[in-house]
Design a protein around this ligand. Structure first.
Ligand code: SAM
Ligand code: SF4
Length: 498
């Protein structure tokens, strides 16, 4: 833990050298003039051009900025229907009928920054500050495991008390918990983190303790606005944040996740920003982001910006932006969170989202402590969907979807450029299909309510029939091994994967 005072600590976070090394001729990959020009020059795109773009996307090839700009400019609602259809098809091709579940764990709301949209900003007097110790983190983890989760994303404010050493300890604490379940035990098998940008040395510490994905949202790619709404603290440095994931790559973390906070600025511009971010990572490291997130700003206590921004995105535009992202980066995971209400969540899952959370609590200590209505102010923002995982899984099973808790790719070395290659060739999806079925079996046996088990069982059996007849599995002699694992899991063994 750092011995510096918060202000002193904050002042030494940014390392200019670790920004400069990624710039090209002193410039970043976000050229606002170019983005605006592309959006302007692709107004009223030709129908045939849009259909050609759809074809390209269906061949699981990333789109170019002009193509994405053209999609963003489609006005014809019938053509949008074709785009929704195509986005759904791309998703099925790469990710099939699976939806991956995770749970966030908020460890601390101490923060040295002043983000105008966030309840955790340091000036907010209504926020009760709290940081979890390792015992408490283990208790919270037990509760999350008790819901049936296997994947977690750990979230922190930026503060010397929650520095990289604290993060490393907290990740170790989460991995150490094993909790008895109905037929075996449950544990968190993959810990991702959402945390402030760090130096390469600090990121290496996280890499060593085995983090899964490192996620940082740029919030907005518009630099002027960025600087206005992040008036103080290390987060006020736009470029330090813009290159946080480049540094992660250099620290050996090759599973990285980008995102923008929609509602701060024009959504079309932000989609272009996310695309340019992807392109630059691919150009500099040969791999793009593992996932893209597009949280919409939701009301945060004491934050006028979170309710009054003139760029807040409505549901119709939200669906459009997810569709364009699905088509633009066909092989990348897309995350929708419980910031969204159930109805719109279903819509965006149909057009391309691949991961979501459930049973989520974002108050510090909220999983293991009895809810106190007054503690709403310790939340960072408001949730649109507070349903339990069991209920959400049933909802998706009713739609024919398999809930997946698969963490095998990461543990079998299918990460970074390897997983990207496999996703592009639609091979990783085939392994995920098997591991999704195995982990869904575990969930149904250990955690599901009777109602969910009945519906889930039907979808799972259908899935297994498909697995048995798919040529890919026959050709690679995988069916027999799958059958063995499935049998062993049904008999109480846990954590078997292919
Ligand atoms: N402190 C770290 C940072 O800012 O990168 C990580 C944690 S922060 C709690 C995680 C994300 O929450 C932010 O990147 C931001 O996009 C999102 N967020 C903040 N305020 C929000 C709000 N009012 N509504 C929705 N999302 C919000
Ligand atoms: Fe702190 Fe992150 Fe909230 Fe900004 S978004 S105030 S950095 S917790």
């Amino acid at each position: 833990m750092s011995k510096l005072k918060p202000e002193e600590w904050a002042a030494q976070v940014v390392k200019q050298k670790e920004i400069d090394k990624y710039l090209i001729n002193g410039k970043s990959f976000i050229d606002e003039e170019t983005i605006n020009k592309k959006l302007a020059s692709n107004q009223n795109p030709d129908k045939q051009f849009i259909r050609d773009i759809i074809k390209k996307s269906l061949s699981i090839t990333r789109l170019d900025p002009d193509e994405t700009a053209a999609l963003l400019n489609v006005k014809d609602e019938d053509l949008w229907e074709e785009l929704y259809e195509a986005a759904g098809e791309v998703k099925r091709k790469v990710y099939d009928n699976r939806i991956v579940f995770f749970a966030p764990l908020y460890c601390s709301n101490l923060c040295v920054n002043s983000c105008l949209y966030c309840g955790f900003r340091k000036e907010n007097p209504d926020e009760k500050r709290r940081i979890l110790n390792m015992e408490k983190i283990k208790k919270e983890t037990e509760c999350v495991i008790g819901e049936g989760h296997k994947r977690m994303i750990v979230v922190y404010g930026e503060h010397p008390l929650s520095d990289a050493d604290y993060m490393a300890d907290s990740i170790r604490a989460v991995y150490s918990v094993k909790k008895k379940a109905k037929h075996g035990y449950g544990n968190i098998r993959r810990v991702n983190i959402n945390a402030a940008p760090m130096s390469i040395v600090d990121l290496s510490k996280l890499h060593k303790v085995g983090i899964g994905t490192y996620q940082v949202f740029q919030e907005t790619y518009n630099r002027k606005l960025y600087e206005k709404i992040h008036p103080a603290g290390p987060k006020s440095n736009y470029l330090w944040r813009l290159y946080s994931l480049h540094r992660a790559m250099d620290a050996g973390i090759d599973d990285i996740a980008i995102g923008a906070l929609f509602g701060l600025y024009d959504w079309r511009f932000e989609v272009m920003g996310l695309l340019y971010h992807t392109i630059d990572l691919e150009r500099q490291f040969g791999i793009g982001p593992h996932t893209i997130s597009f949280p919409r700003v939701t009301p945060a206590i004491g934050s006028e910006l979170s309710t009054q921004s003139k760029y807040l995105v409505n549901d119709a535009d939200f669906k459009k932006l997810v569709t364009v992202l699905r088509l633009s980066v066909p092989y990348t995971g897309l995350i929708v969170t419980v910031r969204e209400k159930p109805g719109i969540k279903r819509e965006v899952i149909k057009v391309g989202c691949t991961q979501t959370d459930a049973s989520t609590k974002i108050g510090i200590g909220a999983y293991s402590e009895k809810a106190n209505p007054k503690d709403d102010d310790t939340q960072q923002f408001t949730l649109g969907d507070t349903r339990r995982l069991d209920e959400v899984i049933k909802e998706f099973a009713d739609m024919g979807m398999i809930a997946s808790f698969c963490t095998a790719g990461y543990r079998c070395g299918r990460t970074g450029d390897k997983i990207m290659g496999l996703l592009k060739e639609c091979v990783e999806g085939k392994f995920c299909k098997l591991n999704a079925a195995l982990t869904f079996r575990e969930y149904l046996n250990d955690y599901a309510s009777e109602e969910t088990r009945v519906v889930g069982e039907k979808v799972l059996l259908k899935e297994i029939e498909k697995i048995k007849t798919m040529p890919f599995y026959q050709e690679h002699n995988i069916v027999q091994k799958f059958n063995q694992y499935y049998e062993r899991i049904s008999n109480g063994e846990r954590d078997l994967y292919l």
